[in-house]
Design a protein around this ligand. Sequence first.
Ligand SMILES: *Cc1c(COP(=O)(O)O)cnc(C)c1O
Length: 375
Amino acid sequence: MLSYSTQLIEEDDITAVVETLKGKFLAQGPKVAAFEEALCAYTGAKYAVAFNSATSALSGAYHVCAIQKDDEVITTPISFVSTANMFVDIGAKPIWCDVKLDGNIDQEQIEALITPKTKAIVPVHFGGKPVNIEQIHSIAKKHNLLVIEDAAHALGSSLDGKKIGSLSDMTIFSFHAIKPITTSEGGAVLTNNEVYAKKLRLFRSHGIVKKKFWNSDMVSMGYNYRLTEVAAALGISQLKKLDKFVTKRNEIAAYFDERFQNEKLFLTQKIEANQITSRHLYPIILNPELHPFKEKIFTELQERGLGVQVHYKPIYQNSFYKEKFGKISLPIADKFYSSEISIPCNQTMSMQDAAFVADTFLDVVHKYAHKRCSF
Ligand SMILES: *Cc1c(COP(=O)(O)O)cnc(C)c1O
């Protein structure tokens, strides 16, 4: 089964991990610091603070910028639940902004959602395609709001020649197994703000500062959200190959774009000339006439060896959110959910694999389009 996204672990990654296991430090130590430095060097951000997941990194980011109970945070429903979960956990309220058909937040609709309670805007670079960050920053500046990017998909993406990671108040990356690079589980917050960086380091490690000799002092509430040395060693090794992974996924995506360019049955995600995407996902947007067949299409693609997935159920459609905040619907986000299907596009695939994916996908969707005609 070809996965919509998967890790690529090679001999040098394994060697890095094994060497670390034989070393002195296993919990957070010099490898974590070196991984953080490498993330700064890659993205151009001043500070990187590694966490044991993007979820704990998001929690850290929301806490250190003092998002509080009853604050409002404008974000996208087309994301993984933890984007919103971690500020809802603090007591803040999600204000859902509708998306565009590329899966990214519709920046034109943000300003109308701002109230005196709004504290932050949290965009997500869907599938790695950068959001319109310039316009989001200008809205944020005008209304004195924070911008925290959930860039879990977007390590390796860039906008106007600048890497995602150094552009906003804080940027969060994920190193979960199937994200652009992996530490098995892991995440990081990147920022140019020294105060945030200091607070994030305390937050991830019990709020404790070391004093003289045996004395240490717990100065603020903290957790154990530290990344291990073993994970960091894998991260350092993987980061060296990130550009190679991104190039490979873009080659496959470019091939799909060409194969699908005259298709009337679905849309693909268009990348602008000033954007580079990590291509974490290759999302397909099926035409409404195919929506009734989506379950059948999904199942048949899986049976024929395509590990497809759907990204995402709008967060507000989850039971927890419906119970807590009531029933919500946004026209494009709902439509996006009924339309979207992510096909395999990852760095382990050969161009033959890509051809197989395109052939199989076209075969299946055309078959169901004909079914519709025969009714
Ligand atoms: C994967 C993901 C997360 C959570 O990352 P973890 O490292 O698994 O905690 C958050 N946001 C988005 C958009 C994601 O895709």
